[in-house]
Design a protein around this ligand. Sequence first.
Ligand SMILES: [Fe+2]
Length: 394
Amino acid sequence: MPYYRVAGEIPRKRHTRFRAPDGHLYAEELMGEEGFSSDSSLLYHVHPPTAIVKSEGLADVAAEPGLAPNHPLLPRHYRTQDLPAGGDLVLGRQLLVGNDDVRVYVAAADAPSGLYRNSTGDEAIYVRTGRVRLESMYGTIDAAPGDYVIVPRGTIHRWLPSAGRVDALVIEASGHIRPPRRYLSPVGQFLEHAPYSERDLRGPDGPLLAEGEDVPVVVRNRAGLTTLTYAHHPFDVVGWDGCLYPYAFNIADFEPIVKRTHAPPPVHQTFEGPNFVICSFCPRPLDFDPEAVPIPYNHHNVDSDEMMYYVGGDYSARKGSGVGIGSITLHPSGFTHGPQPGAVEAVIRGLEEGRNTTDETAVMIDTFRPLLLGGAASGAEDPEYAWSWGRAAR
Ligand SMILES: [Fe+2]
């Protein structure tokens, strides 16, 4: 995170004696990235954050769900709206695709999660429907449809649906998820040409204090999931400051970059992770040259696999393919993809009739290593999708 925040009470100088009203010393905890060489926050706990009393493997879910190669090679369409609903936003995740850099899940959560810490990487949760509160050691964030919530590695948190079901895309990175470097100054301020800025990011309201003893926290590390029981509730932070904390960004606050002729997806890039990017396709004017072909050209990204989550509006390029809101398509390297047959002519006709904007909203993940297929994928696959370009061409 590029900028500094402070919440609650902190002493004037770091690493000095800071006492509670009863005289006992608060316990400092530095949450820091890349050793001591990158962003960090300094938290002040009522109780030592080191005090654990029990460690147990989560037997039923300790093994990571498996991933299978996309073989024989096919473009895929998953109707995530057909997957079973229920569970919470942590243990109710259904793995769709992944590789060693990133795993992508969907969840249709209707229950509060337990306390959770992912120590393998940052997470980005995109909320498609419903409202959910993130409670964390830094404070609370209320998330609504269209919000990306970025949860840094190591943050102890839980997800509490506010009302009804929460449909979400869950992106687990193997490292950090950050705004694209090219949109930041050398010291981390958003530049003027960036499609969003500091004012669009919502940090936690805090501090958040909870009482409790012998409190279980599910911890994900490279070996799987463990329940660590803490002597005291981890939400005992009276104050913190720094540049590392969870934050939310709503897709409607992304300012689309539009060209006279069609602009490629890097203009939609919103975040970068290790060997992958996250892009936001937002409502915008269509390309405005009188001769423009205003939807994507056929393309073959020879170095990447492309996953698209359709979250709102009417996605013209996929018309006639069966893709709808909640769908996920996977267009892998080795396959040239482009608009469905007839889509270009339909959009040009629409322009001539005055329809010169698009209301499509989608979240795209491009990975630079092949995406493998998760177990949940097969239950939601549309087997006809791969042939939707060929059928009309015959
Ligand atoms: Fe594409």
